[in-house]
Design a protein. Structure first.
Lengths: 285, 411
């Protein structure tokens, strides 16, 4: 039994290990290789160590990286501002109907992602039920529109990734021992002090996870910019998508994907160092 | 232990220093595996340009009728009640699954390319593709089934002269036309009070933020060239650069609201854009009645959407049956009456005119308008004003995409 036990951990990791190797590691290596090739679909692609794929695509689309990160950041902040109070309220004031509130919060997300985004388009059209009356009553200027603006894209991102922020924060808040709060009051802490020195630090791991889980997919998203954005709101995801599927320019698309991945990884490492899982978890106890 | 237990979380997120580092030998092994993978490129898939009779026989000899057919098409290309499909099903007993899944040729090609390259079915036996870059690629890459001319009797008898042996598919080796149309300008008369006659008006700052352009790089590039008085078919890379500069200026001044695919019909109907590049028939069949279509005085493009069979189709015989069935004028007329595009079956015109004479009231007015519409049955003089897509070689295409592609992406 002891001998067999030695292999148990490896057996346990085997399925997910194979899965990741087949569907993540191998494609990744192929993509690294592709990003340095030249060619086209008809003549084929050849490995030529063409580093210019990186420099040229960065020259052309560098500003899209900046915009994507900026939109991702704005959406993450918006999510945080919206989610924290909601999660707080459900965790501490939800009582025995907590799960109902959580369900209500998640209900819209049972509708597919793309459908939700397209439905925004129907609601927010220039002469639709919202903007039409507002314009008629002179509440917004004649040329005002929401669709095809950066505001629409960021709002769409914040809306679509909201659960990724709410849930981790809720979980972090929910497991706080109420006796800690009572103890703080017993020690004459004010409400602000209780929040600032007990609740907030204890919920930081949730915030940390929520920020990563929102920021990464939001920065790499292309659906929102495609449906809700205009020519000035193109994100890097749109460029990669259209280089890959529209132009079959695999090397350029791969190079762009790698730059995006590198930026996001670097961002997360810096963020983790600064806010640190270690520090966060130690605060959590 | 619950999932929220701090110790559990800590275990998940904290590095385990002793175990997590990759040993030097492992690193070398990984590197070796990586290099082995990295060395391989992607084989070119260029097939042959011409098909021989033996190719045709080899493809069709093993194929038989199945009684099923799956058809990929663009929105607005079939009556809302699928009248033509029902008639076909009744006449032939072939059951048709009809899907409006094509919105823009580039992305459609992106979707089907990988399975076709791998020799897998794309789930469709018949698809309708415009005579542009992507159709050319499908042909050259050998993704299309060579058509069996012996099964195209109606096509031989009834196809109009411009639709047989077209320059984009000599000898109709792989395609037969579905409909042709014109790319021009649509404008919503509820918002635009001036008469729209020219492409220059799409660049007018007076309509800033209310103008839609197309995202397809050929459509977009063509309009830039028309503005400069260049015939796209005879254009040079220098013309492309000049046209791209104009289009970029139009974008950067905030004149363009958005680059659209098929979804421009919604935007112009609802008034999100007031003027937009548009496809002729859509304006009759898909947009609100306030929207009007014009062929700009600088010129418009005449394109043809073609029916073709992916090589991996499961029901190619049924697909060919449909292709040929549509070339019977009597079968084609109801479709033409609805889609308002240029039919490849000129004999349809008499049928539509006869239908108009029989009809009453609004139907009669619509059908008469249709049978005399220069957009549906263009006159020779009109045709002379229209221009064609340029057929791009692979090298030209790379250059062309590099010039016009980034515009729609804001670069």
């Amino acid at each position: 039994m002891a001998r067999r036990g030695r292999f148990t951990p490896y057996l346990m990791i085997l399925p997910s290990g194979l899965w990741l190797t087949a569907l993540f590691v191998i494609p990744l290596v192929v993509m690294v290789s592709l990003s340095l090739q030249t060619g086209n679909l008809i003549d084929g692609f050849r490995q030529t160590l063409h580093w210019q794929n990186y420099t040229e695509s960065l020259d052309t689309y560098g500003d899209k990286f900046v915009r994507s990160l900026w939109y991702g950041l704005l959406a993450t902040v918006a999510c945080l501002v919206l989610s924290y109070p909601a999660a707080y309220w459900i965790a501490f004031r939800g009582g025995h109907t907590k799960s109902t509130y959580l369900f209500l919060l998640l209900l819209p997300y049972f509708v597919p992602f793309v459908l939700r985004t397209v439905s925004w388009k129907l609601v927010l059209t220039d002469n639709g039920q919202i903007l039409g009356p507002l314009r008629d009553h002179g509440l917004v200027p004649a040329g005002f529109h929401v669709l095809d603006t950066g505001f629409a894209v960021v709002s769409g991102l914040a809306y679509n990734f909201l659960p990724f922020m709410v849930l981790p924060i809720y979980v972090a808040l929910e497991r706080i021992d109420p006796r800690l709060v009572e103890a703080a009051y017993d020690l004459y802490a004010s409400r602000t002090q209780v929040f600032g020195r007990v609740l907030l630090p204890l919920s930081l791991p949730g915030v940390f996870a929520g920020v990563v889980m929102t920021f990464v997919p939001a920065s790499a998203d292309y659906v929102n910019a495609e449906v809700l954005g205009g020519p000035r709101n193109t994100m890097i995801g749109n460029v990669i998508q259209s280089e890959y599927f529209g132009n079959s320019a695999y090397p350029v698309a791969s190079a762009l994907s790698f730059v995006l991945m590198a930026i996001l990884l670097l961002g997360i490492v810096i963020y983790a160092r600064a806010l640190g899982t270690r520090g966060v978890l130690e605060a959590a106890g | 232990m619950t999932i929220t237990d701090p110790a559990f979380l800590r275990g998940l997120v904290r590095p385990r220093m002793a175990r997590s580092t990759v040993s030097r030998r492992q690193a070398v092994q990984l590197l070796g595996a990586g290099l082995a993978l990295a060395a391989c490129g992607i084989e070119g898939q260029g097939g042959q340009e011409k098909v021989s009779q033996t190719d045709v026989q080899r493809y069709w000899s093993s194929k038989a009728r199945t009684g099923r057919l799956s058809w990929a098409n663009w929105p607005g290309y079939m009556q809302d009640d699928h009248e033509t499909i029902k008639a076909f099903e009744k006449a032939t007993g072939i059951k048709v699954s009809y899907k409006e899944v094509i919105q823009e040729t580039g992305p459609w090609f992106g979707k089907i390319q990988a399975p076709l390259a791998a020799g897998q079915s794309i789930g469709f036996d018949l698809m309708v593709m415009t005579n542009g870059i992507q159709l050319e690629k499908c042909r050259q890459l050998g993704y299309l089934a060579p058509l069996d001319r012996s099964r195209l009797g109606n096509f031989a008898a009834h196809a109009g002269p411009g639709f047989k042996n077209p320059p984009w598919d000599p000898g109709n080796s792989f395609t037969v036309p579905y409909q042709s149309g014109i790319t021009g300008i649509a404008y919503n008369t509820r918002y635009v009070k001036d008469e729209i006659t020219s492409i220059a008006q799409l660049f007018d700052p007076a309509y800033s933020g209310k103008i839609g352009m197309m995202g397809d790089s050929q459509e977009l590039g063509n309009f830039g060239m028309f503005l400069l008085g260049v015939d796209p078919e005879k254009s040079t890379p220098a013309d492309w650069e000049r046209a791209a500069a104009k289009l970029r200026e139009q974008r950067d001044k905030g004149i363009v609201r958005k680059y659209y695919n098929q979804d421009y019909v919604d935007a112009v109907s609802k008034g999100d854009v007031w003027l937009t590049m548009a496809w002729s028939g859509d304006v009759y069949s898909l947009t609100s009645p306030d929207v009007r279509f014009v062929v700009p005085k600088e010129g418009g493009t005449l394109w043809t959407d073609n029916m073709c069979i992916p090589k991996t189709a499961e029901n190619p015989v049924d697909a060919m049956t449909l292709m040929d069935w549509l070339y019977m004028p009597a079968n084609n007329a109801p479709l033409t009456e609805f889609v308002n595009y240029i039919t490849p079956v000129p004999a349809t015109k008499q049928i539509v005119a006869a239908d108009a004479a029989k009809a009453t009231g609004n139907d009669r007015r619509d059908l008469t308008r249709l049978s005399t519409s220069p957009l549906v049955f263009p006159s020779e003089t009109d045709l002379a004003r229209l221009r064609y897509y340029r057929r791009l070689t692979q090298a030209e295409e790379t250059k062309y995409q590099g010039v016009f592609g980034p515009i729609t992406k804001g670069s």
